[in-house]
Write a protein of this length. Structure first.
Length: 469
């Protein structure tokens, strides 16, 4: 039996209607749409100080970000067999940097991430995490996919500079505006607009590799523009050929964590609340991402279940542990994986490609991070459109389904959080079913989850009542 045939059977590539070429393109597309984390995570974590005034080293942060992403993405591909890449979670890293680190040392903060990941693994092993996911009605799962689509598109628009926050939002009628000043200006935004048009045109023509072709083409254009025009700023990544191609990795932060040190520095109540917040964010961000990406890949069964869900969730929990142990913050499943699905990826083989590129990034970071967000973001907008099409499956005539679905879809992009959208939808579903006299039809796990989300949304008064603040 040939190696190719063995790989095909192991990853079920042909069985899922895919090919090695599609999986490879998908893996490349996923990497290029999430490679920004190699720049952004060090900026977020490196820009904060712990209680002692210490900062984490940017070079070391870049190394551990790439390391965790490479290892856990490959493990997810082999164990979970889904085209679902993992890396340091945006949002969670901000919580670590600006909410947790000021209360304790960096090693104690990362210890909380490890503890959170271990608790999630316990939830998976006991079957509770998977049971929660299976208790969610199918229309809400579809709404989660649609909401993520809008969220992904908004990420693309914002990160590319197509829309921006109005500086004096409190005194204006809208919180966001077109471009940086109400109009589109500058070469970077032009690259983004051309990229969106190119991507959508290629999709309409059903060109294979549409997203990847657009990313590479716009990166080349951006490099040319940067070399001949006066560009004020491209944002996080400047599309210029680097002075050197190889940079040595620095693993100095690996293993620099304290599992229970936080209890001594801040007290048990504060630690419990912080871990609770981390678990909810990680738990439901992952749930939404796994369901949304799997739905877009057409991998959900007739009941809306994700194949091998237990293994997928266990790997995701282990990724949180790995992220904390390496001081890279909690690693989680990335919604940008939908870009790879858009290229045809249907199996974990795509993860081998994505993971290999993250491994290369350990040594070739100067070369692999020249893709500006303006060149990668059009793929996110296109994926947002593709995921939005799932909205047709939701029954908008039934208010007990339509209203929660609407809140899931609306709250995700408006609050820039998958977790918030899911929480709003769950609470609304439980309340409406109770009002209609059908409370018993709601799975008990959804009642428990809704109650936890109620605490999550009301965390500030809860902390005040408990005397944390």
């Amino acid at each position: 039996m040939s190696a190719v045939h063995t790989l095909d059977r192991f990853f079920r590539i042909s069985e899922r209607g895919s090919t090695f070429a599609r999986e490879t393109r998908g893996g490349l597309a996923t990497f290029f749409t999430m490679a920004y984390i190699l720049v952004l995570n060090p900026l977020v974590l490196g820009g904060a100080q712990d209680i002692h005034g210490d900062r984490l080293d940017a070079v070391q942060l870049t190394t551990v970000t790439a390391l965790v992403a490479a290892v856990m993405t490959i493990i997810m591909g082999v164990v979970g067999n889904l085209p679902l890449a993992l890396a340091a979670g945006l949002g969670i890293n901000a919580v670590v940097a600006f909410q947790i680190a000021p209360l304790m040392s960096w090693d104690d903060a990362m210890g909380l991430i490890v503890l959170e990941g271990l608790l999630i693994c316990v939830l998976v092993v006991t079957g509770l995490r998977e049971a929660v996911m299976r208790a969610i009605p199918q229309p809400l799962k579809q709404a989660i996919g649609v909401g993520i689509g809008l969220f992904v598109a908004l990420i693309g628009f914002v990160d590319a500079g197509f829309v921006s926050r109005v500086p004096d939002a409190a005194n204006t009628t809208v919180p966001v505006q077109l471009g940086g000043s109400g109009t589109l200006t500058g070469w970077p935004v032009l690259v983004f607009c051309l990229g969106v048009l190119l991507t959508l045109a290629l999709l309409a023509r059903k060109v294979k590799g549409a997203l990847l072709i657009s990313i590479v083409s716009m990166t080349v254009l951006a490099i040319v523009i940067e070399s001949v025009a006066d560009v004020a700023s491209w944002g996080l990544t400047t599309p210029a050929w680097p002075d050197r191609l190889v940079a040595a990795p620095d693993f100095g932060l690996v293993g620099d964590f304290s599992l229970f040190g936080a209890f001594g520095e801040t007290g048990a109540i504060t630690v419990v609340l912080l871990v609770f917040t981390l678990i909810l964010s990680d738990f439901f961000d992952t749930m939404g991402t796994v369901v949304g990406v799997s739905a877009e890949a057409g991998l959900l069964d007739a009941e809306g279940k994700v194949p091998g869900l237990g293994r997928v969730l266990l790997v995701d929990g282990a990724a949180a542990v790995a992220g904390g142990a390496a001081s890279a913050s909690s690693a989680t499943s990335y919604v940008e994986s939908a870009a790879g699905v858009g290229e045809g990826a249907r199996t974990g083989f795509a993860n081998l490609v994505t993971g290999a590129l993250f491994a290369l990034a350990l040594f070739l970071t100067p070369l692999l991070t020249i893709v500006p967000m303006q060149a990668a973001a059009p793929a996110l907008v296109a994926v947002g459109f593709l995921m939005m099409t799932q909205v047709r499956h939701i029954d908008w005539e039934r208010y007990e389904i339509a209203v929660p679905a609407f809140l899931v879809i609306a709250v995700m992009p408006f609050t820039y959080s998958i977790t918030n959208g899911i929480g709003a939808g769950f609470l609304a579903y439980a309340v409406l079913m109770a009002v209609l006299g059908r409370a018993r039809q709601v799975h008990w796990l959804l009642w428990v989850t809704s109650a936890l989300f109620l605490v999550y949304f009301a965390i500030d008064p809860v902390e005040q009542v408990l005397g944390v603040k």
